[in-house]
Design a protein around this ligand. Structure first.
Ligand SMILES: NC(=O)c1ccc[n+]([C@@H]2O[C@H](COP(=O)([O-])OP(=O)(O)OC[C@H]3O[C@@H](n4cnc5c(N)ncnc54)[C@H](OP(=O)(O)O)[C@@H]3O)[C@@H](O)[C@H]2O)c1
Length: 247
């Protein structure tokens, strides 16, 4: 596929947390389908490494989605460069494991500020521009919103909020022609999941629980995101992309 012939030729996509892991694979998949893509995150080097081969078609934006005003600034910079916004992918996320009693205020605040408040702020800033193009939001949730996994109360709570935000916002923005969906990955081999997958026994247990018998790779998640960005009649849905981790 190319800039002229891909499914997303002429479309503009903003991927938060696009410098690594799942976000990077999502950005690369949109670029492969002809989109113009802005990626944002706090560290500039991985963002620049991603956009560099794509010239004018890709844009790196430094942005902390948990900082007031920064998601809106990333949306504005995308508009300034590309003139429109068709798809917002809220992928930036942060993670911590541990019982609630051992989770300090700083960790609780970080998890909800990034995974929930940053996502809401990005959606709010993008809304008028997505409405102008009959565009779409794809949130990145997690299977932990649908299954109780020990020690994940704060993270799982934040991802359950993402599921319900997806449904509520789909209802709110549907009349304006904007679709809102969520992809819920299972365990995926990224820097975030490294501590979970480093233990060979835990890794083998996850593989055994997964219908397709292996740990997901970032590129496994991207097709579900592109599908939900593309489909004109699906909205308010949470789509598990996990190789059948929860059946
Ligand atoms: N890996 C899994 O097993 C798994 C499973 C289910 C769901 N997920 C979800 O998938 C998404 C991507 O995670 P990943 O696994 O690909 O992990 P990752 O490689 O650590 O990616 C997370 C990305 O989010 C960015 N980010 C973190 N805090 C940010 C902030 N305050 N502002 C802007 N960007 C921020 C990071 O960039 P900077 O550090 O440069 O800001 C990084 O690029 C997350 O929402 C995660 O919850 C992952």
């Amino acid at each position: 596929m190319s800039e002229e012939t891909g499914d997303f030729a002429g479309r503009v996509v903003l991927v938060t947390g696009g410098g690594s892991g799942i976000g990077r694979a999502i950005a690369e998949a949109f670029l492969a389908e002809g989109a113009r893509v802005a990626v944002c995150g706090r560290r500039e080097e991985p963002l620049h490494a991603l956009v560099e081969p794509h010239g004018e078609r890709a844009l790196a934006l430094r942005c902390d989605v948990s900082a007031p005003g920064e998601p809106a600034a990333a949306v504005a910079a995308t508009l300034a460069r590309f003139g429109a916004l068709d798809v917002l992918v809220n992928n930036a996320g942060t993670f911590a494991l541990g019982p609630l009693e051992e989770t300090d205020d700083e960790t609780l605040t970080r998890i909800f500020a990034v995974n929930v408040l940053g996502l809401l702020a990005a959606c709010r800033a993008a809304t008028p521009h997505l409405a102008a193009r009959q565009g779409a939001i794809v949130n990145v949730g997690s299977v932990v919103s649908q299954q109780v996994i020990g020690g994940s109360v704060a993270y799982a709570g934040s991802k359950a909020a993402v599921d319900q935000i997806t449904r509520c916002l789909a209802a709110e923005l549907g009349p304006r022609g904007v679709r809102v969906n969520c992809v819920a990955p299972g365990n995926t081999e990224t820097p975030m999941a490294e501590p979970l997958l480093a233990d060979p026994q835990a890794r083998a247990a996850t593989e055994a629980r997964t219908a397709l018998g292996r740990i997901g790779q970032p590129a496994d998640i991207a097709p579900a995101v592109l599908y939900l960005a593309r489909d004109p009649w699906v909205t308010g849905q949470v789509l598990q992309s996990s190789g059948g981790l929860i059946l």
